[in-house]
Design a protein around this ligand. Structure first.
Ligand code: PGA
Length: 240
């Protein structure tokens, strides 16, 4: 794992966007996964700017969802699908090859998992997986205690995730489950970029990067990834 400590959130965003662009330049037919949440907002914005300025050709690039709250549709505030549309896809003024997005409101969630697996199997492995980290060490919705060998799956949300989820959609929704790419798929990605910002992430980042590899801290598995970058700001790196 290569650790890149950045001065602040803006520098973290810039470095992560640069790593993403590098992956696509190396492999124009890239399969790329970006996370939702607060941390990637700056990175995704800079990525879009690069594309729209003509500095990065994404005409061969496919995007695929990382995760979604079960029960939320693409019009629901706080859904990962809406995030992808508002922050990424809807802002792009240049063509991209394709996108596969999880529908958290689908009736048949088993089919959603199968479709995600099929898409990644067909066009993958992932060229680039950008990931945030939850306060419990989750990646996507690979919650603490997850089986490292899983592909896409539905999972009960941990108490930690339930405690923080209201920052995304207030009290309007109370999802109890998430749907997510599995760690097996993430670990097969050619490059992983883990991003983290803020003092509140310092404790879990220390466990993930410096602690033992354990299902109780899913992000710790990234210590075994052969091409993983942790791009973090000084506040998040404070305990490393
Ligand atoms: P955040 O979410 O970027 O909103 O902190 C990270 C995560 O839970 O994966």
């Amino acid at each position: 794992m290569q650790l890149i400590v950045c001065r602040d959130y803006n520098e973290m965003s810039r470095r992560a966007a640069g790593l993403a662009a590098e992956s696509i330049r190396e492999k124009p037919s890239a399969l790329v996964s970006f996370p939702g949440g607060e941390t990637p907002v700056g990175m995704v914005s800079l990525f879009v700017d690069m594309v729209n300025r003509g500095e990065l050709d994404i005409s061969g690039t496919r995007f695929v969802s990382l995760d979604e709250w079960v029960g939320l549709s693409g019009t629901d505030e706080g859904s990962c699908r809406l995030f992808l549309h508002e922050k990424l896809l809807g802002r792009l003024r240049r063509p991209f090859a394709d996108v596969h997005i999880i529908d958290g409101a689908a009736e048949d969630l088993g089919s959603e998992c199968a479709a995600l697996d099929d898409y990644i199997a067909r066009y993958g492995p992932l060229t680039l997986s950008v990931l945030g980290i939850g306060l419990n060490g989750h990646l996507g919705f690979n919650e603490d205690g997850v089986d490292f060998t899983l592909n896409a799956h539905i999972t009960p949300l941990s108490e930690t995730t339930k405690n923080v989820m209201h920052k995304y959609f207030g009290e309007k929704f109370h999802p109890a489950f998430g749907i997510t790419q599995g760690l097996a798929q993430i670990m097969r990605a050619e490059k992983v970029v883990l991003i983290a910002s803020g003092a509140h992430k310092a404790g879990i980042l220390r466990k993930a990067l410096c602690g033992e590899v354990s299902e109780s801290v899913p992000a710790s598995l990234l210590q075994r990834h052969p091409n993983c970058f942790a791009v973090v700001d000084e506040a998040a790196a404070a305990l490393l």
